[in-house]
Design a protein around this ligand. Sequence first.
Ligand code: NAD
Length: 378
Amino acid sequence: MSKPKLRIGMVGYGFMGRTHSNAFREAPKFFDLPHEPELTAICARNKDRAEEFAANWGYGSVETDWRALIERDDIDLIDIAAPNNMHHDIAIAAAEAGKMVMCEKPLGRTAAESAAMVAAVEKAGVPNMVWYNYRRIPAVTMAKQMIESGALGRIYHYRAKFLQDWTIATDLPQGGEGLWRLDVEVAGSGVTGDLLAHCIDTAMWLNGGIDTVTAMTETFVKEREHALTGQVEPVGIDDACAFLARFDNGSLATFESTRYARGHKALYTLEINGEHGSLFWDLHDLHRLEYFDHGVEGTTRGWRSIHVTDGEHPYMGNWWVPGLSIGYAESFTHQAADFILGLDGEAAAPTFADAHRTDLVTDAVLKSGKTGQWETAH
Ligand SMILES: NC(=O)c1ccc[n+]([C@@H]2O[C@H](COP(=O)([O-])OP(=O)(O)OC[C@H]3O[C@@H](n4cnc5c(N)ncnc54)[C@H](O)[C@@H]3O)[C@@H](O)[C@H]2O)c1
């Protein structure tokens, strides 16, 4: 029996346009979904490149103006995989047109932007989700299950970092394709909204709300040529950020991110220390969850490395056979699958409202970076 279609209009064919397209193609092949995703239209400003992308990924049509995409009657879901400055206007227009909306992170460039986006989807009553994909790496999902089961007991510490090194060159321009992340007008912030937003989303999912933060931020390269204007312009983003946080549950945290850690490309690690045990996870070894269980008696007590690939591990029963890995791309596949499953049941998280809470934390971090004070993060 054929399933009702979920007709997708995607905005953006860059890095995330590819991961989302791949996810919507893979999801119904590995998960039993109540709706069949259909790649109905891809929207980007360059028609030739959009047509090439459509042919490669199997999109049925192309649009060059996102407003025209939203006006179409044959689209159910608008998926925003465009730079951060596009999220607000597209999401609100899509919600007002009664479309479901999925949006890349950070939801807004500021919490004020994302508050308006939350209001729009809630007023329209449309399903909505933000692509904080790291929650759905099986080892991270398993960490959540273990914490919820009480395996760690009271949590004392949360520690996360996300390190890169790709903006060290002083002659790297800001702005334009691929480099919009260095342009504060487009990105909203630097590593705080780009990388720490991921760490904060995972942290609040695993360990609850963040109460207060104090941060230091730095912009190491103060001026860069702008790729679009050709002028040397001030750099408005934070190149590096480290902050301390207090969670609502009383635990203490440290977070660090930079694009100046020579040798690191995407080193996202997190560690949680509880009364009965600790967990550690590293994106470079994403299938492993390191676990210290203080309940083990005797000389064999120590860290164990769990290879999260068995059928009973989160999501893994839908893939190959025990012991075989999946990867980064499949975290997006899990998210697409959960969104579609949630349409006929409990809505999958993170919703726009959840992602807005992350924006409140990043706003507080950036504010603290300027004031040097502890700031409220909710
Ligand atoms: N979840 C994650 O792990 C993750 C990873 C990378 C990026 N992101 C987020 O995804 C979003 C996109 O990032 P990216 O790395 O894919 O960027 P990218 O530069 O690779 O791609 C951006 C795309 O948006 C298109 N675009 C720009 N303006 C447009 C307009 N007016 N109309 C239509 N299309 C337009 C560009 O042509 C391009 O195709 C950002 O919000 C970013 O923060 C999330």
